[in-house]
Design a protein around this ligand. Structure first.
Ligand code: SIN
Length: 281
């Protein structure tokens, strides 16, 4: 029988769960406790897992409906819902250079009309040092804004696009079919979380192109200011990976970024699953 133990990870966000084996069916009460821990902690780390791709997919169904991910080339050969992120990744459809997915602040999938709600990342192999994933709490970033700024950004919408001219890190080149599936979209700059009812800044510095209706210079300045505000240390949690961690985060109220600062030759292998979301409002 599972004996779930929860412990806080960071000051602003993050909770760790121990005492469960995701290979076994999770009891309803445990599933509800994990769901609540994620809603309250924004990032949930389930420690110590050893999962086949099939078992991992089955376990993540407890959190919602897994979605297919965009890039066909990075799909797991046996379980297509799993995207493989590896220290060996190269931009094979582009210039062949090293590719570190998610190396700049972002919220997953914001370039889609209906972005995923949650992302799960399973640490199959983690480097001896480095390779952390950093997170920010976007509820806190919104709450911390001045009343004046809250009034200024209320109702604003932002164009998000896969290959933004403002991106801070390289993104993988898409095939023509993949690119056609993700035309530019707009999303509110402040969204209301559909489950908690709380307001959060909704930003993706790697995919946002411009604020609708503003001159380009004003739009750039506003997006830069809000990004700097959001990523302040006090809003952050930095996850140091242990092999077997299953890390699940809520893209509706967080941003994150990967760090590629581990030594050359060290292996970092992650299996990623995304969970269906709703249109941001
Ligand atoms: C991602 O952005 O989805 C991946 C993050 C990571 O590899 O740390």
């Amino acid at each position: 029988m599972d004996v779930l133990a929860l412990a806080r990870l960071g000051e602003s966000l993050g909770v760790a769960a121990e005492g469960i084996d995701l290979n076994c069916p999770v009891a309803d009460a445990t599933r509800e406790a994990l769901r609540r821990a994620l809603l309250e902690g924004l990032v949930l780390c389930i420690r110590g897992q050893t999962l086949s791709p099939q078992a991992y997919l089955a376990a993540m169904r407890a959190f919602g409906m897994p979605m297919m991910q965009l890039r066909v080339a990075s799909r797991h050969p046996d379980v297509a819902e799993i995207m493989i992120l590896s220290s060996d990744d190269r931009d094979n459809d582009g210039d062949g250079q090293r590719l570190v997915v998610g190396a700049h602040w972002h919220s997953d999938d914001s370039y889609k009309a209906v972005p995923c709600s949650l992302t799960a990342l399973y640490g199959v192999a983690v480097p001896g040092s480095g390779g952390d994933t950093q997170f920010v709490n976007m509820y806190a970033a919104y709450d911390d804004l001045s009343q004046r700024m809250k009034r200024r950004i209320a109702g604003l919408r932002v164009v998000h696009t896969y290959d933004s001219s403002r991106k801070g890190a390289r993104v993988a080149r898409l095939t023509p079919e993949e690119a056609e599936a993700v035309p530019a979209v707009t999303h509110p700059l402040v969204r209301t979380h559909p489950e908690t009812g709380r307001k959060a800044l909704y930003m993706n510095p790697n995919r946002m192109e411009a604020v609708v209706g503003l001159e380009r210079a004003e739009s750039d300045a506003l997006l830069d200011d809000l990004t700097h505000h959001a990523i302040q240390e006090k809003h952050q949690y930095r996850h140091k990976w242990r092999r077997g961690d299953v890390l699940i985060w809520d893209n509706r109220c967080t941003m994150h970024k990967a760090n590629a600062d581990y030594p050359e030759g060290e292996c970092r292998l992650m299996h990623r699953i995304i969970i269906e979301g709703t249109v941001p409002t």
